[in-house]
Write a protein that binds this ligand. Sequence first.
Ligand code: C2O
Ligand code: CU
Length: 546
Amino acid sequence: HGWARHTFVVQETPYTKLCSTKTILTVNGQIPGPTLHVTKGDTIVVEVQNKANYNVTIHWHGVRQPRYPWSDGPEYITQCPIRPGQKFRQKIKFSTEEGTLWWHAHSDWTRATVYGAIVIHPKKGTSYPFPKPHAEVPIILGEWWKEGITELYDEFLASGGDPNVSDAYTINGQPGDLCPCSKSETFKFMVDHGKTYLLRIINSALQDILFFGIAKHKLTVVGTDASYTKPLKTDYIAISPGQTFDVLLEANQPLADYYMAAKVYSSALGVEYDNTTTTAVLHYNGYDSRRNSSSTPFLPDLPSFNDTNASANFTGSLRSLADDDHPIHVPLNISTPLMFTASVNTFPCAHNSCAGPDGSRLSASLNNISFQLPSTDILSAYYYQINGVYGDKFPNVPPLKFNFTADVLPQYLLTPKKGTEVKVLKYNATVEIVLQGTNLAAGTDHPMHIHGYSFYVVGWGFGNFDKDKDPLGYNLVDPPLQNTIAIPKNGWATIRFKANNPGVWFMHCHLERHLSWGMDTTFIVKNGDHSDAKMLPPPPDMPPCS
Ligand code: C2O
Ligand code: CU
């Protein structure tokens, strides 16, 4: 077919960071893994070879995969895991996306170390909607634990509450100058004075929304989630796990070195600034670092760790480019109005002491269903009509007026049910989902992500969604097109999309602990009547379920 081919060898590789060595899961021995460069409209084939001792799957985050969920990757949703010794050839089609996305493992918490950038260049004969940058670079934010990820995950499941916090955040895999034993490997980005650069920023962290900035430099956001935005000049960005930003950087400052830095935004945990800051260095070519004087480079001024307004206001300032070359298609008449409550639940912990395994730990839910992964993937159960794998009774809560953030909540919200309930959508349904956060166990932001789709974020706010008032303020002119949106702490966000991609598509909070606790569901989007509105058949090498 002339499709570009890539090989991803999943293997165990020893790495030393923060003065200690451990063996991690990598792709091709690298962290971050290889960057995929493609052109809009391309199809590529990635052969994933599992040479490690762990099950794995790979997901192409934000790639719509038109009519072809078979390569999407979430474990037990669209495939069973690629087991040690097996391989799986995944076909990835880039249709409407342009800009930056990423790939990551989608099996337990293996994505902690198995991730990389996807750069989608404009088609031949077209160009960026901004002046061509002098050069570009992926900036991937992540987390590092000294202990093994499998141990971390097992400890989390055996305890009642949140997992251990990471030992460092990372930029392109490196903790940076402020962390022990890290200085020599700190990521350095070299620039020429007077030139403009394109940073492709990705948050691959497991558990945290992050603030990111560069000392003394302005950032100009020009895209998010592989869709262009109106240029937004800012001192910092707030970036959720799963999200990507295309950012222009003008190298216009007089000294040799400046720190770029990321630190945690956490609306629920009290975390101190200094030991949670990861740094990389922006270095001006031809400038002597000693000119900086003996002191270290400037750090950017980032908002405080609990500054919910700083996070929500940044996210709320994004606007689609929405010009003649980049038209938008916001559904105006909604056939399927939905409301999903997103909760962390203490039930069934007795007296809030969530100290033990199943039955006595925190859970999480959407519309009060705490989603359980089946042992046969939902996609093949749907395609081959295998009964007993999932139910289609995901509760339908129409948008309503209700005090979801009250201290005392109705019993039905306090007692989530475990289940594998999917939401079935008709082909071409015009869907609106009001995502409402609740403050059950502790209110926090929830970066919600949908596979197979991008959606327009038409509104957001703090507190309870008001079905009479809030829709009057919806932006139907230039709302941003995203695949991940942080529902602000104890607040809401409304998204819209047209269900024109038949298949089986996972939806979940991109904080890994909430995903594991069940803040998930799955859409089954039915086939349409036309032959080009039907799911394509599976490839011959789908990994078997047993
Ligand atoms: Cu970034 Cu379900 O994925
Ligand atoms: Cu969440």
